[in-house]
Design a protein around this ligand. Structure first.
Ligand code: KG4
Ligand code: ZN
Length: 319
């Protein structure tokens, strides 16, 4: 089954053509990061307009890369939610048009399901499976007992991890998006600053990152007022250390509690090198298989949407 998939929920205009949920025939991503950088974050109206300008070129490129035409595809999939409404509409209208004009089934995919299925591009899922979802808008521990079956065990009570990374990057003035930059800085620093590792109650699988974010902001403001300089790499390492400690310990606790066979990491923050290596170390310790997506499939892309769409389509049409 050849699926053409479309992702336009935020600031990436992406299309992919994927066979049987895993064989990637093409994967095109046009990122608007350079445009939003000057505003320090995504401007929704600008994002929608950029999607409109680029989407037909992205489609052209995806088809050319795969050496296929729209007649050759079996279904079209698109991210329906969550995301910026104007951005989503561009992808959805494109998908609807292709579906109508070429008489292809249309599969609506949830963006977070897409991030989870970026791991399916790597290997098959073994259930029960635990997904740590860490993106710009979400931080969740999700239990899966079967394909497309999601139970949220815990989630953030305030900020998402990616959001905290972006905010900290803004405070230390290093640019947007903050995650990759802070990750790089952290690898060059030592965690010398005392920051809170907020784990909530002992049994809770929920998260909270706003206190950590505020602690970083206060530390910077206080240093500023006293005329002291902050070692930005050491601050990045201290922040990342606090984030990773919380994410790894809660994932480990949930994995043991629910006796899972596999742990996966999903979402933009899955690209974090510190998180990937700390999680691998912990999973080796407790003897649970860890899967992480390739770097290019961690942040927004359409191949992951096709992987989710394929499994969703199979499940819906076999039941
Ligand atoms: O999943 P994603 O591409 O978009 C959403 O669905 O939100 O995630 C984007 C987020 C941003 O907050 C970005 O700073 C973060 O993922 N991110 C990272 C890294 N790469 C991207 N955070 C930490 N370390 C990274 N290497
Ligand atoms: Zn995303």
């Amino acid at each position: 089954m050849i699926i053409l998939s479309i992702e336009s929920s935020c600031d990436e205009t992406a299309m992919a053509i994927v066979e049987d949920g895993r064989k990637i025939l093409s994967n095109t991503v046009y990122t608007q990061i350079a445009i939003h950088t000057m505003y320090g974050g995504v401007v929704p109206e600008v994002a929608s307009r950029e999607h409109i300008k680029k989407i037909t070129y992205v489609l052209d490129d995806a088809l050319k890369q795969a050496n296929l035409t729209l007649d050759d595809i079996d279904a079209v999939a698109v991210t329906k939610e969550p995301g910026l409404i104007g951005s989503l509409m561009v992808g959805v209208n494109t998908a609807k048009t292709i579906s109508l004009c070429f008489n292809k089934p249309l599969i609506y995919v949830n963006h977070i399901h897409g991030h989870i299925y970026a791991n399916y591009l790597e290997e098959d899922f073994s259930f029960p499976l635990l997904a740590l979802v860490v993106s710009g808008g979400h931080t969740e521990l999700v239990l899966m007992k079967d394909h497309m079956d999601f139970e949220i065990l815990g989630e953030t009570l305030d900020d998402a991890v990616g959001e905290a990374y972006d905010k900290v990057a803004r405070v230390v003035n290093v640019g947007y998006p903050g995650g990759p930059i802070i990750d790089k800085m952290a690898s060059l620093g030592t965690p010398t600053y005392p920051l809170p590792h907020i784990k909530l109650s002992k049994d809770s699988l929920d998260f909270s990152f706003s206190g950590l974010k505020s602690a970083v902001i206060n530390l910077c403001h206080n240093a500023n007022q006293r005329g002291e300089t902050i070692d930005a790499n050491n601050l990045a390492a201290s922040f990342q250390n606090a984030v990773i400690d919380v994410l790894v310990s809660k994932t480990s606790k949930a994995a043991t509690m629910y006796n899972v066979k596999q742990v996966i990491i999903a979402g933009g923050v899955a690209a974090n090198k510190g998180l990937r290596s700390a999680m691998q170390e912990e999973m080796d310790k407790i003897g649970i298989k860890l899967t992480v997506p390739q770097f290019k499939y961690c942040t927004d892309n359409a191949a992951m949407i096709a992987a989710a769409a394929y499994n969703q389509y199979i499940k819906e049409n076999n039941n």
